[in-house]
Write a protein that binds this ligand. Structure first.
Ligand SMILES: Cc1cc2nc3c(=O)[nH]c(=O)nc-3n(C[C@H](O)[C@H](O)[C@H](O)COP(=O)(O)O)c2cc1C
Length: 196
Protein backbone atom coordinates (compact mmCIF):
# COMPACT_ATOMS: atom_id res chain seq x y z
CA UNK A 1 0.00 0.00 0.00
CA UNK A 2 1.28 3.46 -0.96
CA UNK A 3 0.95 6.04 1.88
CA UNK A 4 0.26 9.22 -0.09
CA UNK A 5 -0.75 9.61 -3.75
CA UNK A 6 -0.49 12.94 -5.54
CA UNK A 7 -2.95 13.42 -8.38
CA UNK A 8 -2.07 16.21 -10.83
CA UNK A 9 -5.30 16.82 -12.74
CA UNK A 10 -3.71 18.51 -15.75
CA UNK A 11 -2.91 17.17 -19.21
CA UNK A 12 -0.16 19.77 -19.64
CA UNK A 13 3.44 18.75 -19.17
CA UNK A 14 5.31 20.64 -17.77
CA UNK A 15 2.55 21.63 -15.38
CA UNK A 16 2.23 24.14 -12.55
CA UNK A 17 -0.20 21.78 -10.84
CA UNK A 18 2.26 18.91 -10.96
CA UNK A 19 4.99 21.14 -9.47
CA UNK A 20 2.71 22.13 -6.58
CA UNK A 21 1.53 18.57 -5.92
CA UNK A 22 5.12 17.28 -5.97
CA UNK A 23 6.20 19.90 -3.41
CA UNK A 24 3.51 18.71 -0.99
CA UNK A 25 4.46 15.04 -1.52
CA UNK A 26 8.17 15.69 -0.99
CA UNK A 27 7.59 17.56 2.28
CA UNK A 28 5.44 14.71 3.63
CA UNK A 29 8.01 12.14 2.57
CA UNK A 30 10.85 14.06 4.26
CA UNK A 31 8.94 14.67 7.49
CA UNK A 32 7.36 11.23 8.01
CA UNK A 33 9.48 8.86 5.86
CA UNK A 34 6.32 7.69 4.08
CA UNK A 35 5.99 6.29 0.56
CA UNK A 36 4.58 8.65 -2.07
CA UNK A 37 3.61 8.31 -5.73
CA UNK A 38 2.42 10.70 -8.40
CA UNK A 39 -0.42 10.20 -10.87
CA UNK A 40 -0.10 13.00 -13.43
CA UNK A 41 -2.98 12.73 -15.89
CA UNK A 42 -0.72 13.97 -18.73
CA UNK A 43 1.13 10.66 -18.50
CA UNK A 44 -1.93 8.39 -18.65
CA UNK A 45 -4.27 7.77 -21.56
CA UNK A 46 -7.45 7.60 -19.52
CA UNK A 47 -10.72 6.45 -21.06
CA UNK A 48 -13.91 8.44 -20.73
CA UNK A 49 -16.12 7.07 -17.95
CA UNK A 50 -19.11 5.27 -19.46
CA UNK A 51 -20.62 3.30 -16.63
CA UNK A 52 -18.55 0.14 -17.01
CA UNK A 53 -17.65 -1.94 -13.98
CA UNK A 54 -14.19 -1.30 -12.56
CA UNK A 55 -12.95 -4.71 -13.70
CA UNK A 56 -13.77 -3.90 -17.35
CA UNK A 57 -11.28 -1.04 -17.65
CA UNK A 58 -7.86 -1.94 -19.06
CA UNK A 59 -4.51 -0.31 -19.86
CA UNK A 60 -3.69 3.13 -18.41
CA UNK A 61 -7.21 3.54 -17.00
CA UNK A 62 -6.97 0.31 -15.00
CA UNK A 63 -3.43 1.20 -13.91
CA UNK A 64 -4.46 4.65 -12.67
CA UNK A 65 -7.47 3.25 -10.78
CA UNK A 66 -5.28 0.53 -9.25
CA UNK A 67 -2.87 3.19 -7.99
CA UNK A 68 -5.77 5.07 -6.37
CA UNK A 69 -7.22 1.92 -4.80
CA UNK A 70 -3.81 1.03 -3.36
CA UNK A 71 -3.18 4.42 -1.71
CA UNK A 72 -4.01 5.50 1.83
CA UNK A 73 -4.22 9.30 1.44
CA UNK A 74 -4.28 11.85 -1.38
CA UNK A 75 -3.07 15.26 -2.49
CA UNK A 76 -5.39 16.24 -5.33
CA UNK A 77 -4.38 19.16 -7.53
CA UNK A 78 -6.13 20.78 -10.47
CA UNK A 79 -5.56 23.67 -12.83
CA UNK A 80 -8.53 26.06 -12.66
CA UNK A 81 -10.51 25.85 -15.89
CA UNK A 82 -13.46 28.22 -16.24
CA UNK A 83 -13.62 28.77 -12.52
CA UNK A 84 -13.69 25.07 -11.66
CA UNK A 85 -11.56 21.93 -11.75
CA UNK A 86 -10.41 20.40 -15.03
CA UNK A 87 -12.55 18.13 -17.18
CA UNK A 88 -9.98 15.34 -17.04
CA UNK A 89 -10.11 15.40 -13.25
CA UNK A 90 -13.92 15.24 -13.37
CA UNK A 91 -13.60 12.22 -15.66
CA UNK A 92 -11.24 10.58 -13.16
CA UNK A 93 -13.74 11.23 -10.34
CA UNK A 94 -16.42 9.60 -12.51
CA UNK A 95 -14.21 6.52 -12.84
CA UNK A 96 -13.37 6.15 -9.13
CA UNK A 97 -15.76 3.66 -7.49
CA UNK A 98 -17.78 4.45 -4.34
CA UNK A 99 -18.43 0.90 -3.17
CA UNK A 100 -21.67 0.60 -5.13
CA UNK A 101 -22.48 -0.60 -8.66
CA UNK A 102 -19.00 -0.06 -10.16
CA UNK A 103 -17.16 -2.16 -7.59
CA UNK A 104 -17.18 -2.86 -3.86
CA UNK A 105 -14.03 -0.69 -3.55
CA UNK A 106 -14.35 2.84 -2.17
CA UNK A 107 -10.79 4.20 -2.26
CA UNK A 108 -11.61 7.80 -1.27
CA UNK A 109 -13.98 6.93 1.56
CA UNK A 110 -12.72 7.97 5.01
CA UNK A 111 -9.37 8.95 3.49
CA UNK A 112 -7.44 12.15 4.17
CA UNK A 113 -7.30 14.46 1.15
CA UNK A 114 -5.33 17.70 0.71
CA UNK A 115 -6.50 19.98 -2.09
CA UNK A 116 -4.52 22.24 -4.45
CA UNK A 117 -5.68 24.48 -7.30
CA UNK A 118 -3.48 26.52 -9.62
CA UNK A 119 -4.88 29.40 -11.66
CA UNK A 120 -3.72 32.34 -13.75
CA UNK A 121 -4.98 34.86 -11.17
CA UNK A 122 -6.32 35.01 -7.59
CA UNK A 123 -9.93 35.36 -8.76
CA UNK A 124 -10.85 31.72 -8.53
CA UNK A 125 -9.29 30.78 -5.17
CA UNK A 126 -12.72 29.74 -3.90
CA UNK A 127 -12.76 26.96 -6.48
CA UNK A 128 -11.03 24.78 -3.89
CA UNK A 129 -13.84 24.98 -1.35
CA UNK A 130 -16.75 25.58 -3.75
CA UNK A 131 -15.85 23.25 -6.62
CA UNK A 132 -13.39 20.60 -5.44
CA UNK A 133 -14.61 20.35 -1.83
CA UNK A 134 -18.15 19.08 -2.59
CA UNK A 135 -17.04 16.14 -4.74
CA UNK A 136 -14.75 14.94 -1.95
CA UNK A 137 -17.67 15.22 0.48
CA UNK A 138 -19.66 13.09 -1.95
CA UNK A 139 -16.94 10.42 -1.70
CA UNK A 140 -16.94 10.68 2.13
CA UNK A 141 -13.31 11.84 2.33
CA UNK A 142 -11.74 13.90 5.15
CA UNK A 143 -10.54 17.13 3.53
CA UNK A 144 -7.67 19.02 5.17
CA UNK A 145 -8.29 22.70 6.04
CA UNK A 146 -8.65 25.16 3.21
CA UNK A 147 -6.07 23.72 0.79
CA UNK A 148 -3.55 25.68 -1.24
CA UNK A 149 -4.23 28.02 -4.14
CA UNK A 150 -1.27 29.05 -6.29
CA UNK A 151 -1.40 31.56 -9.15
CA UNK A 152 0.99 32.90 -11.81
CA UNK A 153 3.16 34.93 -9.44
CA UNK A 154 3.93 31.74 -7.46
CA UNK A 155 5.61 30.13 -10.49
CA UNK A 156 8.57 30.89 -12.70
CA UNK A 157 8.78 28.58 -15.69
CA UNK A 158 6.92 25.79 -13.82
CA UNK A 159 9.17 26.10 -10.73
CA UNK A 160 7.80 27.39 -7.42
CA UNK A 161 8.68 30.99 -6.66
CA UNK A 162 8.64 32.29 -3.09
CA UNK A 163 9.01 30.84 0.38
CA UNK A 164 5.42 31.49 1.37
CA UNK A 165 3.87 29.20 -1.25
CA UNK A 166 6.58 26.57 -0.74
CA UNK A 167 5.85 26.56 2.99
CA UNK A 168 2.09 26.36 2.51
CA UNK A 169 2.40 23.40 0.14
CA UNK A 170 4.81 21.67 2.53
CA UNK A 171 2.38 22.16 5.43
CA UNK A 172 -0.45 20.75 3.32
CA UNK A 173 1.55 17.59 2.59
CA UNK A 174 2.43 17.12 6.25
CA UNK A 175 -1.08 17.93 7.49
CA UNK A 176 -2.62 15.44 5.05
CA UNK A 177 -0.29 12.75 6.37
CA UNK A 178 -1.08 13.66 9.98
CA UNK A 179 -4.81 13.49 9.27
CA UNK A 180 -4.40 10.16 7.52
CA UNK A 181 -2.59 8.70 10.54
CA UNK A 182 -5.24 10.13 12.89
CA UNK A 183 -8.11 8.68 10.83
CA UNK A 184 -6.38 5.32 10.64
CA UNK A 185 -6.03 5.20 14.45
CA UNK A 186 -9.52 6.54 15.11
CA UNK A 187 -12.57 4.57 16.07
CA UNK A 188 -15.29 6.67 14.44
CA UNK A 189 -13.58 8.93 11.86
CA UNK A 190 -12.70 5.84 9.88
CA UNK A 191 -16.28 4.55 9.92
CA UNK A 192 -18.65 7.33 8.95
CA UNK A 193 -18.41 7.40 5.13
CA UNK A 194 -21.16 8.89 2.95
CA UNK A 195 -24.76 8.21 3.96
CA UNK A 196 -25.93 7.28 0.44
C1 LIG B 1 -9.05 26.06 -20.77
C2 LIG B 1 -8.42 26.88 -19.68
C3 LIG B 1 -9.22 27.57 -18.81
C4 LIG B 1 -8.65 28.33 -17.79
N1 LIG B 1 -9.49 28.98 -16.91
C5 LIG B 1 -8.95 29.68 -15.88
C6 LIG B 1 -9.80 30.31 -14.94
O1 LIG B 1 -11.02 30.26 -15.01
N2 LIG B 1 -9.22 31.00 -13.91
C7 LIG B 1 -7.84 31.07 -13.77
O2 LIG B 1 -7.38 31.70 -12.81
N3 LIG B 1 -7.02 30.46 -14.66
C8 LIG B 1 -7.52 29.77 -15.70
N4 LIG B 1 -6.69 29.13 -16.59
C9 LIG B 1 -5.22 29.15 -16.34
C10 LIG B 1 -4.73 27.87 -15.66
O3 LIG B 1 -5.60 27.48 -14.60
C11 LIG B 1 -3.33 28.06 -15.06
O4 LIG B 1 -2.45 28.48 -16.05
C12 LIG B 1 -2.85 26.78 -14.39
O5 LIG B 1 -1.78 27.07 -13.50
C13 LIG B 1 -2.38 25.74 -15.42
O6 LIG B 1 -1.94 24.60 -14.71
P1 LIG B 1 -1.12 23.43 -15.42
O7 LIG B 1 0.20 24.04 -15.87
O8 LIG B 1 -0.93 22.43 -14.35
O9 LIG B 1 -1.96 22.93 -16.54
C14 LIG B 1 -7.24 28.39 -17.64
C15 LIG B 1 -6.42 27.70 -18.55
C16 LIG B 1 -7.01 26.95 -19.56
C17 LIG B 1 -6.11 26.21 -20.52
Amino acid sequence: MNDLLGIAGSVSNPSNTRTAVEAALKAAENEFGISTKLLHLAEYDIEVADGRKLKDYTGDTAEALELIINSKAFIIGTPVYRGSYSGVLKNLFDLIPRGMWQSDKAPLENKAVGLIATGATYHHYLSISHELGPILNFFGSHVVGSGVYAESSHFDNYELKGEEIEKRLAVLGKATTELSLAVEKSKYLSELGPQF
